[in-house]
Every structure is written in structure tokens, then in C-alpha cells.
Design a protein around this ligand. Sequence first.
Ligand SMILES: [Zn+2]
Ligand SMILES: [Zn+2]
Length: 1006
Amino acid sequence: MTAKFKADSRPLLTQKYSPLELEHEVRSFWEKNRILKKLEETREKNNVGMLGYVEGPPTLNGIQHVGHARGRVIKDFRFRLKTMQNFYVAFWAGWDTQGLPVELEVEKTLGAKNKKELIARVGEERFVEECKKSIMKYHRLWVEADTMLGLFIDQDKAYYTHQDRYIEREWQYLKRAWDQNLLGEGYYVVAYCPHCQTSLSNAEVGLGYKEVEDPSIHFKFRLSGTENEYFVIWTTMPFTLVTDMIIGVNPKEEYARVKVGDEVWILARARVEPIMEELEIEKYDVLKVMKGKELVGTKYEYPFKDLIPKQQELDEHPQIHTVVDENFVDVSTATGIVHLSPANGEDDFSASQKRNLPMYAPFDEQANFTEEAGKFAGFFVRKTDSMVVDELRNRGLLLKLKTVKHEYPTCWRSHHKLVWMARREYFMWTGKINDKVMEASQKVKYFFDSPKNRFLAFLKEGKRWCISRDRVWGSPLPIWVCEKCGEKTLVASKQELIEKALEHPGKDFELHKPWIDRVILKCEKCGGRMQREHFVLDVWHNSGASPYARFTDEEFSKFVPVNFLTEAVDQTRGWANSLLLEHVIFTGKPEAPYEEFLFQGFVLDAKGRKMSKSLGNVLEINKLLKERSADISRFYFLWKCSPIDSMNFDLQELKGRPYQVLSTLYHLHNFFLQNAEYDNFNPKKHTLKWATNRKALNTPDLWLLSKLQNLVKDFTEKAEACEFNFALSKLEDFVVNILSREYVPMIRKDLWSDDPETLNRRLAVYATLWRTLKTLVLLFNPATPFLSEALYQKIYKKLDDSLPETVNLESWPTPDKELEDAALEEEFEVLLQTLPIVYSARQDAQLKRRWPLAKAIVVAPKKAQEALKKLETLFLELANIKTAEYADEPPEVDHKRWAKASEGELQILLDKTRGDALEGEGLMRDLARRVQALRKELGFSPTDIVEAVHVAELDSSDIALLKPYIGEMEGLVRAKTVHVHGERVKVDADWHESKLDKKKVYVAVL
Ligand SMILES: [Zn+2]
Ligand SMILES: [Zn+2]
């Protein structure tokens, strides 16, 4: 045998697509050659614009899972796209390093009962050190995951929210807020765990619902100025009567005055019967029914004025201890009248805020009542339930006491019942700037309507923002308060702190607890000592400060507003919100710090369930990518569904279509390379222009090149619009259908020959494939950077050393008008619609595609006929038919002789009769196909030319039929000679058994 490859040439691509090996190779190539740095340096010097970016910082607590990875792949996709469009993009990493999850992990590691116990045991210094250790552990894992995923984010330029320089710049936001009177103290009702002594976020509250037992009491409050009229009320939290301030009715509902013995009770009309039954009262009369609003303003006798002097004082207020109207009051349960304790409930609190009532929150840090609670002072709030019940009973106000079991939120860590209580906190009064915030938010591009509407609706609420947290590991709130006169000051730089300090812990102290708390300032008003407020900042404030805090002043003016951000849809309430609020506060202008924001949906498991530790269905990136291809995973993230939809991540699906698409792209390159190398294709010389000048481009090439221009246009548009799934299905269709299934069969025969006379034609096909495949490699790069780089290095760079060092330094393709040909595309459309009809007619009549047929009749509209006539040579070749006739109407034919199939307006009739010539040719093609399969099995490359092919055990009639086609067969099987035998003669190679229809034949290749 003679190999078509030259002796010193070896295949540049392996036969098999092995993504893991290839990705490993590419990672080393990028690292060894500092590709990312070179890319940044090149675009920094030479660009069409600078695009800012700030990383939505992942919390360094936990490991990157597929939910994170989806967003990270989208970010990287965008970076590579924009970079190839010659923009410089500040794609720099960032990490959120503080907050409750980090503290909880350290508590767990150090084996703490609760935070207080732990701090007392190890001290704040050690605690802070442990927090730092913990985040660095996760940092390593995240960087590793990013590297595996192929993220081109600059890790060296990362920001960390706990670093002093970041904190100092974050403080600048607070200073602007302070100066504009947008930052100050207020009360806030929080869910509080008395055991852990910390407040819980709403998300944490949701984690711990449990069935618990509580007292259930019905009691009555007497109407002021009456002897025997009462409001009837129910509660499961008697202790809240200590802070009772108002009672609520629903103004639109009906209430009844009911005579019970000597007394008159007031309750919701609809609740009279059930409550009487509950209280076992058989005799009663409804005296009068009225609307709830008629009760509003009625004063009632708060029963514990003698026990709580502060309540006696509050009672003087005209609205306190009166009936108020609130639409949230439900008359379908209990008595339809609720007692409200603004210090112990969220609805209660907002009802009181609306009416500007004074705050009465007599609790300390341990949720014990303070002196202001009179007789109840010193007791843990829930412990006073029974005292309250006793007092009611003593006063004849208790109607019934029992216990109930109900679902109630408990602490997810310690399982203690939570209490809601008002606490003093610091707030951003963002309601004051809501107009500007709304204006700013309107200027942003969100790509899809549903997340946009959700975001804007949330912003419109203009809720004040509680930015203080009672924790250790966080950016400190830089507000100091005078011990003597209560004066407050905000100092937003370390330098200034040192200058103003009466005491400080040495000049190089860190901007964290406990050191920052050792800074004592001098009061400018009275000369007294000022202590820092003990709070740290909400982590959302940390990350929301990133546009200013992560950059220098110069970078800030260059990069902000940043161009494009994307995060999961829950960030409407999180980062997207805090970024916007802080930027409006910082600049004082109705401007957002980002121009575009894409909210992505969540990633769920294959069955559509949320991924969680308890279900054990979390897919960690570090583990996943040890076994799975990063490219295929990336492709899958983008291709499976719209970025705003939830995605069911199914490992089985990775092996399906996404693998097929990438593998097809790989094998198309193999096909191209093997042929092009053999013919010494030189991309610098054999260009499309060269081929055009030699008239060597045929209609399939021109059609393919025209389709390619559409692809470039469509793909770019969809990618820019964040319709990644549509963009990638365009690529998928082009690779699998247009290129592999349609174009390659059209030109395969042209490449089969090695006749020097047809060399130009072959070179023209290579020029077409070079342009097409290289464009595809560029279009694939944002989605599958490893495969693109590998093909780029192994093929394009090898054949043309003048190309840039990496595919990432290539420019993004743009459609070439000169290659567009809409008319030709329409004609091919007809051809590609007709061929399947031919195949289906053949199938019905059991005529193999390889068997040539004498004639087809095409029944079609005029325009389709014209198209097929223009492409007739190609049509006949692909349909494997000798001649075609065209008709407007179906002709009268003999149904035994003609096979038929149709689709829409197209009908095909095939002449089934085959003479010796056609049968001989069909037989030859059947045999040739078996030889081709055997060649492949024996390890011959498609371009190798073998010495001889022998076929044995054929009938003498078959041999006679075959004779005229031996020459053609030699070409098809790439053999110098082909011999056919009746018996297996002795040859210098093994005979291989093969089946031809039902007969056995034997083939030998040498
Ligand atoms: Zn707890
Ligand atoms: Zn003072």
C-alpha cells in the first residue's frame, strides 16, 4: 500500500474527539503562554472602546455548583464575544468575603454553642483570623473551578470586600448618604433567636417552621367610658400584651354588638356563632350590626397601666389604645379584632409607623424586658406569657385559656421559637430618593420583560434599607457616638480616624472588629469620648459598593457605568438593587452603574427539583469537570433554554446533542485537514479569490458561503440580545445539517479523485471549507473556547503561521455582502426539499439510494421546476437518477412501474425498471460501500490509495454486470486496481467476510 501522507507528516488531529485531553492541553497552552494577559495587553493598547465590568462577587463560603457556573459561563461568553469585537473589557474577578455564612462556618469548625459563648472563649481576634482562613480555603476551590470551566476572568485583579482599601472606598458611599441625610437610626422588627442571640434573615426564618405548642387565650378589653362593653380578642402570644398599643378592625367588614349576660361584646359578625360555641355560651343576642369603620377611634382601657408606668404615660397619646382600621385584619378567623404590638410584629409595626406613633420597645440584647416594662422587667419575653394570663384572670378579663399546636417559625440552628421584636438599627432612607432610583432603573436594558417588571416593581416599593448587622466579621459602620451628649459623627477614612482619635490601637490597625472598636474619638461638640456604634454593614452594601470600591478613581471614571452584568433572578432584591441604590446616593444623579443587566433563571436538577444538600443533588463544578467536558457543559448551559428560564440540568443530555454538535465540528475538521494536506492546500495562496478567478467555485460552495453570511449575522444578533439558546441552535443547525449532512455529500465526489487536472476544483473546495470552518471556530469560541483554541492551534495556525497567537486575538466575523446570494439560497431550498421526497419514494419501493435509476418525474409549481432545472446536475447526482422530467400536473402512469411520494406541492415519480447497466452500477456501489467500510476498519486513512482490492465468491452473472464499472469502482474505493473473482484465489492479504443482500462475499485489501 502507498500512504497518501508524506513520510514525515503525522495526523495533527486524533481520529477521535477526546474533549478532556484536548481541554487539558489547551489549559496548559493558555497558562504557559500567558494568553489571557497577552489578550488584555493587546486590547488595552488597541481597541474600539473600553467596557467596564464589575464582578457580582460570589460569597467565599461553599463550592461552585452548576447554578453558579451557568452565570459564569454567560459572563465569559460575553467577555470573549466583546473582546473579539475588539473591545477592552475589565473582566476582573471579585469576592464577597464577609457575612453570616462565613461566621456560621467558623462557629461550626470551632464547635461553638452560640456566637456569644464562642467569642467569650476564643476572643474576636482569633474569630476574625478563622474567618479569613475559611474564605481562603473556598477561594482556592473557586479559582480551580473557574480554571476548569475556562473562564477568562482576571483573577490577579480580583477585589475582596474585606480588604481595608475596599472598605475605605465603601465608606465613601456612606459618607455621601450621611451628608444628604439619607442615613440614620430607626427601629426595625426582626425575627430574633433568643438562644443564638442573633436576628435571622427572612430566608433563614423560612428554614425552620415546626409544629409547636403555645397558649391560646381569648380575652376582653373594656371600652373606655363604659361599664360593661368589651372588645373580644384572641392571641397565642400573651406576652405581646405588654407592648400593646392599638387594636385593629377591618373597616369594610361587619361587626356585631352582642349581649352576653350583663355585658355587651363586640366582635366580627361572622365570628359570633363560632366564638360563642368556642366559649361555650349558649344564650346571647346580637343587638346591632355595624361596619368596622364605625369603631375606628374608640378608646379602650389598657388593663396593665398600673403595672407598667410607661404604658400609663403612652395612654395620654390621642391614638394610643384606640381602634384603628387595617385592611389586613381577617374576619374569617379568631374574633376579627386584633391587638397590635408595634414592637413585636411586622404588620403591627407598619400600622404604627403609618400613624407616627412613638416607639415602645422595652427589650435588651437578650430579648429580656427592660425597666420600661414595669412589673415584667428582667424576664425573658416569652417567659411572661403565664404572668400576663394571670393578670388578665385577676382582672376578670380572661375568657378562655387552652393550648394549641401550630406551625411556627423556629431557629433553624437551635430550634428555639423565634420572637419578633423591634430593634434599633441604621437605615438608608431610600424612599426619599425613589424618584431618582426609578428614573435610573428605566434607562437600563434588561433584555427580557418579565425580570424587568419584577425588578421595577420591587424598586417602586422604595422600602427603607436596613444596613446594620449585629455581627463580628464585617465592614464596620463608621459612625461614632458621644457618650456624654449623644452627638454622632461619620468618619470615612482611616487617616482621618487616626488624626481625630483620642485613643487608637496603633497606626496599622485593621478596619475590622475588634481593632476598630478601640478607636475612641473626641466629641467636637462637648469634648467627650465617642465610641463606635457596634454594628457591621449588610453584605449587600459591601457588594453594592463595588463600582467605586473595586476601582481607582481613574478606573471608576473610565469604566462606570459598566456595560453588562448578569446574575440570577433573585438578585433583583439583592445585588442589582444595592448597586443601583448606592450609585444614585453616591452620584446624586438618576443614573444606574450598569447599562445592561441580564437576570438568569435558576439551575435545577434533571427532575426539576431545587438542588440542595439535603436532597444530595448538588452538582459541584470541581467534581463534575473531572469527568465531563467543560466545552460540552458550557455549550449545554447556553443551548438548552433561554437564560431567563429555570434550567433542568441533566447529565444524560450532555452526552446527546451537545456532544454530537461539537464532535461533528471536530470531525469536519478532520475531514478537511486530511484532504487539504494531501493536495498541499495553502490557505495564503488558495483563497476564495484565487478560486473565483479560476472559476473553480461551484454552486454548492456559493450556496454554503451565502448561508455562512446569514449565520454570522443571525448568531451575532442573537448573542447580543442574550438569546443564547437561539444563537447556539443556529450554530447547531449549520454544523450538523447544512455543512455535514447537506454540503459535504455535494462535494465529496470532487475530493475523491487525485487527478491533477481537477486539482483546482479540489483547492476551491478547501478554500470554501477553510473560510467556513474557520468562521465557525470563531463563532464557537465564546461558547466552547477549548475546542476552538485546539482547532485553531492544530489546523489554522499550523497551515498559516501569520495568524495571531490565539483564537481569542482574532476579530469577530462580519457578514461579507459579496458572498450573499439570496436567489441561490432559495433554489437550494427547493433542492433540499425535493431530495427527501425522492428518498421516501425509493424507500417505499425498496430501491436503495446507491442504485442508480433511469428517470424521475418532478411534479411541481413552475418556480420550483426552474430552481431544480438550474441545479439539475447536482439534483440528479444526489438523487442518483439519470434523467429528470418536469410536469405541472401529475401524469397518467402505470402504478406498477412507477414509485411515488409527495410533500406539499411537490410530487416525485420514480421509474422502478432497472436494466443490466443500472443493476451493474448499483451492485458496484453496494460493493464499493463494503470495501470503504473495510478500509476504515483496517485503519486506512480516507486519503490513502491501496494497491489492489479483490472481491470473491460472486456469481458469474454478477461478475458480468460489474465488469463495465470496475474503473469507476477503483476510483470510489481508492485502489490502483480492483479484481472480481468467482472463488477465493490466493492473495497476499486476508479475506474478510461481508454480506451483500443475502449472499456472502469476500473482500481483501492490499
Ligand atoms: Zn437559634
Ligand atoms: Zn459630646
